[in-house]
Design a protein around this ligand. Structure first.
Ligand code: SF4
Length: 503
């Protein structure tokens, strides 16, 4: 494949050569020339196969990642450009991808993105639909190599399992490579590798290796940026290290090198280094990791900054096939996990399921044909159609928090409305949750409820179904009418291209 021949990142993962990618944070805090100077020096590190150029890191607008990516490539560093779903609708994202192709920038990191700190947020599509869009463009001749994110560092069962399930959806959609969220828990790194191996998913993974200094540690200890978390024990260790004459530099590079050695031992495809742009530091970490390679099993035990009482899928992901029972969170734990689904919250889905079985309309039944004719008749009379929309909202708003999106997918989401997710995603949680709680609103993540209800009903497998983004031109219309007239976007219609409005 031509991508593999010309693309060092794709080549390294295809040849199973352990490789390194450095994250270049193109934030507004750095001047563009500083980022590019760092790129020039990093380009001289032979083991480095790409520089990953951020976009909207931490929810703030930074340098234009396409311009920085183009300039980094001119300096000899292969760019891996972050493409997020933040503040662009699907047409805008498609245009960005076409621009990337026109410039010959084909390594992309497809992300949902952090909640913007300023401006009106737009989240039109989610990362799974983004990957589908890129895969569609690839089929059309644009040789994109797609990296996606996954976090094994979730300590609430439903949150963690949905992370893995969403990764499976991204792989099915066309992802080539997965990159983990930041974390310092070797058991969780091993858990992810084992989860994929058990399912025969050979997708290569880069483990995130963050060179953690005291400022970043203090911030991450509070859960910022969303999805990044430093345990009290690790924070204390970093504080102690930072009292050394070198302010803890040697110690944090050593921790990074040890993490790389562990990742290598666990069968990761490479390391995604963050927290430094300094080529000398990166080179030091690479050399030291090489020297430590044979000791990785001892180092595995040291990298144990997980969440006390948190969820782990296996007793020991390296050996045992035993699934570990979740442990209760200890008293005084900073964050509390959402409660198990109440019988009331599972009652509504069960009642609606029973109704669906009693009056089948999901396939071509006589009842569906009658209702289709009825709703077509109503649709031709706008005041009546408006009255139906009002009635639908009056019924669904109090029960589901309906916002009249016009493309109802409640039955694919265990009767949890996706519009109640601030990012309006339809295929699973983003990486920003903290102990199962939303990164934006002070509420449990809605996806935890979806997973718990699906588990209680014994149909977690149905959550693997791709749920398309809504046709937003249908907002404020009746989803009942749209459903029976087949003009909404929903999983059981196969006449919908990825990321396109269908009207
Ligand atoms: S998916 Fe759309 S139509 Fe269905 S409950 Fe949510 S907002 Fe309402």
């Amino acid at each position: 494949m031509s991508t593999v021949r010309t693309n060092p990142l794709a080549t390294a993962v295809a040849e199973r050569r352990f490789c390194y990618v450095v994250e270049l944070v193109a934030s507004a805090l750095r001047r563009e020339w500083q980022v590019l100077e760092a790129a020039s020096r990093l380009a001289r590190v032979p083991q480095l196969v790409a520089g990953s150029i951020t976009s909207y890191a931490g929810g703030a607008l930074g340098q234009d990642p396409i311009r920085v990516g183009t300039a980094a490539r001119a300096r000899g560093l292969t760019p891996n450009v972050h493409v997020t779903c933040v503040s662009q609708d699907r047409e805008g994202i498609r245009k960005t991808l076409e621009d990337l192709h026109a410039l010959g920038l084909h390594n992309v990191f497809a992300l949902t993105g952090d909640w913007p700190r300023e401006g009106t947020p737009i989240f039109d599509i989610d990362s799974v639909e983004l990957v589908r869009m890129i895969a569609e463009l690839r089929r059309g001749g644009m040789p994109f190599h797609v990296a996606v994110a996954v976090s094994p560092f979730k300590y609430v069962e439903a949150d963690q399992l949905y992370q893995y399930l969403k990764l499976e959806k991204k792989i099915a959609a066309g992802a080539d490579l997965a990159i983990t969220q930041v974390g310092w828990d070797a058991v969780k790194f091993a858990e992810l590798r084992r989860y994929l191996d058990e399912r025969g998913l050979a997708v290569p993974i880069l483990g995130n290796v963050y060179v953690l200094g005291p400022r970043a540690a203090e911030r991450m200890a509070t859960g910022q940026p969303p999805g990044c978390w430093v345990s009290p024990e690790l924070l204390e260790a970093v504080r102690v290290e930072s009292r050394a004459p070198d302010k803890g530099l040697r110690a944090r590079l050593e921790r990074a090198a040890r993490t790389v050695a562990v990742l290598r031992g666990l069968g990761y495809a490479g390391a995604y280094i963050g927290g430094t742009h300094d080529a000398d530091q990166v080179q030091w970490v690479i050399r030291r990791a090489d020297a430590l390679a044979t000791q990785w099993e001892e180092l595995y035990g040291e990298l144990s900054f997980g969440r006390s009482g948190g969820f782990y899928l296996y007793e020991d992901p390296r050996r045992s096939a035993t699934r570990r029972a979740p442990r209760a969170a200890p008293p005084g734990d900073r964050a509390t996990a959402p409660a198990a689904p109440s019988s009331r919250s599972t009652l509504v889905p069960r009642a609606l399921d029973a109704l669906g079985r009693l009056f089948p309309v999901a396939r071509d039944t006589p009842l569906r044909r009658v209702l289709r004719r009825l709703f077509a008749w109503i649709d031709r009379r706008p005041p009546l159609a408006r009255a139906v929309e009002r009635l639908e909202l009056a019924v669904k708003q109090p029960v589901f928090g309906c916002q009249a999106c016009g493309n109802c997918v409640l039955s694919w989401m265990e009767y949890v409305c996706p519009q109640t997710c601030p990012k309006q995603m339809r295929n699973g949680p983003c990486g920003g949750t903290d102990m199962g709680r939303c990164e934006v609103l002070d509420q449990p993540c809605i996806w935890v409820a979806v997973h718990e209800r699906a588990t209680a009903a014994g149909r977690v497998d149905t959550l693997r179904t791709f749920v398309p983004a809504p046709d937003r031109s249908l907002r404020g219309t009746s989803s009942w009418i749209n459903y029976f007239l087949d003009r909404d976007r929903r999983p059981d219609r196969d006449d919908q291209d990825a990321g396109r409005q269908v009207r």
